[in-house]
Design a binder for this molecule. Structure first.
Ligand SMILES: C[S@@+](CC[C@H](N)C(=O)[O-])C[C@H]1O[C@@H](n2cnc3c(N)ncnc32)[C@H](O)[C@@H]1O
Length: 234
């Protein structure tokens, strides 16, 4: 089952309460290091979120053309506020080609098994010959031991509760958000799903060679993610 734009927008509204922004720089460091070894002039960040990753890259690679896309209108609005060239558009509707595509911080895990093959096919078509995909995937340990459970967070205008479970390769996080509106609170509920994939499955579906695979430990003592680099034939 695919994640709806409404569910992605609810996530966008609470992401800053989840500790994600604090952990992200440690993940981005893997991308920055790998990109320093690549000669590239254009990069598309798929699932660019609020644009933090592109903002970092723009500082490190001033000559490169950066664009972001995301299916959450709220995320795209936030990315635009940071000056990022971001669009709310499906990858398969993008017409331009790029030297590098990135899918950062769980983006590929958001795709259902029904969506993944077509998504990777479109991704391949958007890469120039010899193009490179940099991405990360949650490990089984990350899903089973780190992501599951109950979590609440709040500030003076929001309260969010998340109940999450992982079963048969599917992670389901039920979000309930209360947003202050004057004297009242508006309640909304959405489910975000993620799916477990192995690095080899991505290589097979993409028809690309996996040239780098690094363990990433963001939230625990064992690797909860893998950082991956794939290259297409020249
Ligand atoms: C966990 S967030 C990571 C955001 C960003 N990459 C970062 O590092 O902060 C995952 C993002 O993927 C987006 N997303 C999920 N499925 C998508 C799809 N099929 N196409 C584009 N974006 C998608 C979500 O809206 C969300 O912004």
């Amino acid at each position: 089952m695919s994640n709806t734009p409404s569910a992605l927008d609810l996530y966008a509204k609470v992401e800053d309460l989840l500790g994600v922004k604090e952990a992200a720089p440690r993940l981005y460091a893997h991308y920055l290091l790998a990109l320093q070894a690549i000669d590239f002039r254009s990069l598309l960040d798929v699932g660019c979120g609020s644009g933090d990753f592109i903002v970092q890259l723009q500082g490190a690679f001033p000559e490169v053309r950066f664009e972001g896309i995301d299916l959450s209108p709220e995320m795209v609005r936030r990315a635009g506020e940071q000056g990022v060239d971001a669009r709310c558009i499906d990858l398969c509707d993008v017409r331009e080609c790029y030297d590098v595509v990135t899918c950062v911080f769980d983006m590929l895990n958001y795709l259902s098994p029904e969506e993944l093959p077509a998504f990777l096919n479109c991704l391949k078509e958007r890469l120039n010959p010899g193009g490179v995909l940099l991405c990360d995937l949650n490990t089984l340990y990350g899903f089973e031991e780190v992501a599951v459970g109950a979590f609440t967070a709040e500030d003076d205008r929001r309260f969010v509760a998340i109940e999450s479970d992982f079963e048969a390769g599917v992670y389901e996080a039920d979000f309930t958000l209360f947003e202050r509106e004057g004297e009242c609170w508006r309640k909304s509920s959405q489910t975000i799903r993620q799916y477990h994939y192995s690095p080899e499955e991505i290589a097979g579906l993409l028809g690309a060679e996996m040239v780098q695979r690094d363990p990433v430990t963001l939230y625990a003592e064992e690797p909860d993610k893998a950082f991956l680099v794939y290259t297409l034939p020249a």
